[in-house]
Design a protein around this ligand. Structure first.
Ligand SMILES: CC(C)[C@H](C(=O)O)[C@@H](O)C(=O)O
Ligand code: SF4
Length: 475
């Protein structure tokens, strides 16, 4: 019997079978950020333990940092500066590299690690952050952990991990025009539930995944955790290799040749056995937008808020009711045409160069509707510089977008930056939970193109150019 990709990566890293369904795995890279990494570093210091391999750990300043131009260590979040300074001091003392504020390479950890060549096919990577799975898009086994586990990984370069079940999600066919990786993953979560991947490592595959650019695969994998999966990943291929070659931390010369030869085995064997398989026909996928407070509350942009009697049971109906009252919506209401107050392009889901290009294509020569606050936060300072080198910033600025420095920003109100009470925001982020982007803020998740088209229309809009119906009012 053949092996799945996850089984191959697992057996390459297994140090010991602990006999209770868990294994001790070797951890190749430990990534940290100032929000939770600070806690891990503090825990380590309190226990008097050293970082075993400082060269295999990396810190990114992203969650709390200010993203306004001209920023320093000051933060919108009260007390945030202390997180930044303590993390910097502890990391520097331990000899860990910091992608710091003011540096060309600063940015969101899940964007910076791949673009620096820190995440590579076949490696195990951990970070005290749930969206570490993003990096599975390169064929790495990358998963989110807690701060105490991060302290353990820093001290020992190993972790105890429960063996996940194996799932394959196969995207067949070709997505229609205007259907992006974000729409593919929202479709999966909407149709199979936000708990659909629980307990599983999910391999995304099939012709539509093979056809995706590497950055799009990262968008798919980013939201594996919103599907409750332990992680997500895609087998590396020639596109992955081309994308990685020459990046600062990627292997060089002979080591590069050896690495590429090694990566050739990083795919599921034809006779590999999965515990579960989901097959999706891409012809069924439209541009998606969420109407509620879970990523599974998603429908095509041409659709309506569902009727409560469409919920699978009374508990789900009650959750829908609560979500609708938070969102200020009614069952049956069309999504397209809903007036918006804000538009946000950013986050580890959709802030790479390809995402900014997709948005800019829609924005070129057009203006954000009056009254809409539109913000673009590139995923890293390198993404920002690359976008500026091709003039994308001019398109965003001319349209009326704010063009900011990199960080998590308004993906995550707990970092300080936020939208206003009851404001309706269309956003490329991955979580539409209550208060996620600000107190009472109503978040609609969508692709970069949908966010751009909506910013221009001043209401949720189909980027494919459908006419948007007049608004029908809210609760
Ligand atoms: C702060 C951090 C622990 C958190 C996460 O784990 O995902 C954040 O990045 C988020 O997206 O909610
Ligand atoms: S961009 Fe958002 S989802 Fe990603 S790591 Fe930062 S806070 Fe979490």
């Amino acid at each position: 019997m053949g092996s799945t990709l996850v089984e191959k990566l697992w057996s390459r890293h297994r140090v010991a079978d602990l006999g209770d369904g868990t294994d001790l795995l070797y951890v190749d890279r430990v990534l940290l950020h100032e929000r939770t990494g600070s806690i891990a570093l503090k825990e380590l210091a309190e226990k008097g333990r050293a970082v075993r391999h400082p060269g295999r750990a990396f810190v990114c300043m992203d969650h709390i940092v200010d993203t306004r131009p001209g920023r320093g260590d000051e933060t919108v979040m009260p007390g945030g500066t202390a997180f930044i300074r303590e993390t910097r001091a502890a990391a520097t003392a331990a000899g860990i590299h910091v992608f710091d504020i003011g540096h060309d390479n600063q940015g969101i950890v899940h964007v910076v690690s791949p673009e620096q060549g820190i995440a590579l096919p076949g490696l195990t990577l951990v970070c005290p952050d749930s969206h570490t799975c993003t990096q599975g898009g390169l064929g790495a086994l990358a998963w989110g952990i807690g701060s105490s586990e991060a302290a353990h990984a820093l001290a020992t370069q190993t972790l105890v991990v429960r063996r996940p079940r194996q799932m394959r999600v196969r995207f067949e066919g070709t997505p229609g025009p205007g259907v992006s990786p974000k729409d593919m993953i929202l479709h999966l979560i909407a149709t199979h539930g936000a708990d659909g991947g629980a307990g599983h490592a999910v391999e995304f595959c099939g012709p539509a995944v093979t056809a995706l650019p590497v950055e799009g695969r990262m968008t798919l994998c980013n939201m594996a955790v919103e599907f409750a999966a332990w992680t997500g990943l895609c087998a590396p291929d020639a596109k992955t290799i081309a994308w990685i070659e020459g990046r600062p931390h990627a292997p060089k010369e002979d080591a590069w040749v050896a690495a590429v030869a090694d990566w050739a085995d990083l795919h599921s064997d034809a006779d590999a056995v999965f515990d579960r398989e989901i097959v999706i026909d891409c012809a069924d996928i439209a541009p998606y937008v969420t109407w509620g407070t879970s990523p599974q509350h998603a429908v095509p942009i041409t659709g309506q808020v569902p009727a409560l009697d469409e919920a699978r049971d009374a508990t789900a109906a009650a959750a829908w009711q609560r979500a609708l009252s938070y969102m200020g919506l009614n069952p049956g209401q069309p999504l397209a045409g809903l007036p918006i107050d804000g538009a946000f392009i950013g986050s580890c889901t959709n802030s790479r160069l390809s995402d900014l290009r997709a948005a800019a294509e829609v924005l070129r020569g057009r203006k954000v509707a009056p009254g809409v606050r539109a913000i673009c936060v590139p995923g890293s300072m390198r993404v920002k510089a690359a976008a500026e080198a091709e003039g994308l910033h001019t398109i965003f600025l001319d349209a009326g977008f704010e063009w900011r420095e990199s960080g998590c920003s308004m993906c995550f109100f707990a970092g300080g930056e936020h939208f206003g009470q009851s404001e309706r925001v269309v956003t490329t982020t991955n979580r539409n939970f209550e208060n996620r982007q600000g107190p009472g803020t109503r978040s609609h998740l969508a692709s970069p193109a949908t966010v751009a088209a909506s910013a221009i229309a001043g209401r949720l809009a189909d980027a494919r150019g459908h006419t948007t119906p007049a608004p029908t009012g809210g609760v």
